[in-house]
Design a protein around this ligand. Sequence first.
Ligand code: NAP
Length: 276
Amino acid sequence: MERRPFGWTGVLIPVVGQGTWRMERDPRAAVAALRRGLDLGMTHIDTAESYADGRVEEIVGEAIAGRRHEIFLVSKVLPENASRHGTMAACERSLRRLRTDYLDCYLLHWPGEHPLAETIAAFEDLVRQGKIRTWGVSNFNEDELEEAVRLAGPRRVACNQVYYWLGERGVEHFILPACERHEVAVVAYSPFGQGRFRSHPVLEEVARAHGATPRQVALAFLVHRPSVFTIPKAARREHVEENAGAGDLRLSDEEVARISRAFPLPRARRGRLPVL
Ligand code: NAP
């Protein structure tokens, strides 16, 4: 599993990690799947207080028990909780459910009504208290990211987690370049379009050339830019194993160009990102 620096933080994390949204449906399978993923090097685990009202954080807590030191653990505060005091309290609740005393990265789930400066102040307090190592944002467009960097200063925002897969490449226009300008890692969520992923003859050809699968090629396409990481969610063991196999797949520039032509960029649009 390839590991690379998580933006300016320099922390080495795997290019393919594990999402956890909707993992409450079969907790036993979820714990087994997450542990299998850890064995295969997918040690970046993404969760959120909002997933099944904290139930998923409890499942993650069970999956990582005894292995905390291996893991790059990320959770998210809901915008409605993201006041200065609300963020601190939400973090404490997440830590309790996850049965840990620190997060590797804590994200604002999407831009909300509380002033961003307040949320950032809370994040910085949490860093000083050792409860989080770094913090970042999610679903921020390029203007919102610039504002976060302006408020926090350079090299404070660790990542921006955004909706990005072959069927929705809009973030490539402005958001990825903005993140790269500020050395902010990009985390591609829903890399299979939440079930909308369909194979394509080009993916199949490239997959054949590497002894890989079309889904592995799709993940490898997302992370071919050094700034990008991805977090597919898989509750089934065979899915976890397939996804982990993408972590060492390197596409040539020519392959990237062919895939890019098969899944063209949408027209450039600015504005608020829809939150999934
Ligand atoms: P996704 O990863 O695009 O798709 C998940 C679906 O794909 C599941 O049904 C899963 O099935 C299936 N799948 C996974 N690997 C597969 C494989 N190798 N072959 C066939 N099917 C496979 O969708 P997602 O859960 O929305 O996104 C991933 C993670 O991103 C989330 O879990 C969450 O942690 C994060 N996320 C963040 C935000 C945000 O606002 N920041 C929003 C959405 C998601 P099984 O589960 O049955 O294996």
